[in-house]
Ligand binder design. Structure first.
Ligand SMILES: Nc1nc2c(ncn2[C@@H]2O[C@H](COP(=O)(O)OP(=O)(O)OP(=O)(O)O)[C@@H](O)[C@H]2O)c(=O)[nH]1
Length: 329
């Protein structure tokens, strides 16, 4: 599909033609906001796009918002699906197909509503189930896990809180979300826009890292350049920093390997001979030689010698003077 853009050229005295330019449609980043009814899904999406907080929305309305912004110096074309909170029987199949459509998820609950918190468990299971089925059915070897960001909303309602930050963080780990945020969509605009923004930004970042990883067959070297810069974090148990740490670990692992090699093959100052070669090095070279001067291998019997040739076991008797009867002697 292509987007047709009309750009007017400088009108010439004779003709005034419109130049037709065809651009390929940019690939959108499809993200779905899921959660029980009333947790603030619509408020979150509208805040992200317009920076405004709108109090009431039509609860049954399911909408896809298209929004373009810049994240990490890259233009991102969001398609955000604000799902209906409590789908009925007939809408359930629709929910499953929506899950298949999305590339990343924002799983939302309200910190003032324990039920909405528990609902996240079920919804995450549903995401896993549908995504796994899709992966198994697909012919491509797409091994990417879909990023799910867990978000606890309405932290401004301090007195009504039913779910603590610790519980949220723990649940995020338990159900395998990539990171956890606690926010208030309603709170002051600067703070909120920053918090709301970081939710979408993290979803995008995790998706990006994951898709690069799966495209290069799980080789982390090709992911490294995008993670050179430390990533800012909010309340989060596993922000993209964690991914950076994984790659740091990978790097360290490589260094250890090199070190080990140095221990075996590279000349060490403590064992260098006068000729400049180490004894360990000479020994290594002698062993590695291929000029057919290798000493023959010591012969090893294929099967253990039969028990007939073994000397009979020597049996020794020992009398213990310890124990209950020792006092009688
Ligand atoms: N106190 C407080 N109220 C909020 C916050 N975010 C949303 N709300 C309110 O919560 C109510 C529900 O918000 P919605 O955005 O409609 O929730 P939803 O999850 O989209 O609900 P459904 O459309 O039914 O699925 C509204 O009255 C919002 O004003 C918040 O951060 N703090």
């Amino acid at each position: 599909m292509a987007v047709v853009t009309m750009t007017a050229t400088t009108p010439s005295p004779k003709t005034s033609l419109a130049k037709l330019v065809l651009y390929p449609k940019p690939k959108p980043f499809k993200i779905m906001v899921l959660g029980q009814s009333g947790v603030g899904k619509s408020a979150l999406v509208v805040r992200f796009i317009t920076r405004r907080f709108i109090g009431e929305y039509d609860p049954s309305l399911e909408k896809i918002y298209a929004y373009q912004t810049i994240i990490d110096n890259e233009t991102v074309y969001f398609e955000i699906l604000d799902s209906a909170g409590d789908p009925n029987e007939s809408e359930y199949a629709n929910l499953e197909s929506n899950i298949k459509w999305a590339e990343a998820f924002i799983l939302m609950y309200s910190v003032t509503d324990k039920c909405s918190f528990d609902e996240c468990h079920r919804l995450k299971f549903l995401i896993n189930y549908n995504k796994r089925r899709r992966r198994l059915a697909s012919s491509t070897k797409d091994c990417m896990e879909t990023p799910v960001v867990l978000v606890g909303n309405k932290v401004d309602q301090v007195g009504d809180r039913m779910v603590s930050t610790d519980e949220g963080q723990r649940r995020s780990k338990e159900i395998g979300c990539v990171c956890f945020h606690e926010i208030s969509v309603r709170e002051s605009i600067d703070q909120v826009s920053c918090m709301v923004w970081s939710v979408f930004r993290d979803a995008r970042r995790f998706w990006r890292v994951g898709s690069k990883w799966s495209r290069c067959g799980g080789r982390p070297e090709e992911v490294l350049p995008s993670l050179d810069r430390p990533l800012p974090r909010s309340i989060s148990d596993a922000t993209p920093d964690t991914v950076a740490n994984v790659t740091t670990f990978y790097r360290r692992f490589t260094e250890v390997e090199l070190d080990e090699d140095g221990g075996r093959g590279i000349v060490r100052s403590d064992s260098t001979s006068s000729s400049g070669h180490s004894e360990a090095g000479d020994e290594f070279r002698a062993r590695a030689s291929t000029d057919s001067r290798l000493p023959p291998r010591p012969e090893r019997p294929r099967h253990p010698p039969s028990p007939r040739h073994l000397p009979p076991p020597v049996r020794k008797m020992s009398v213990s003077m310890r124990g209950n009867n020792a006092n009688t002697y």
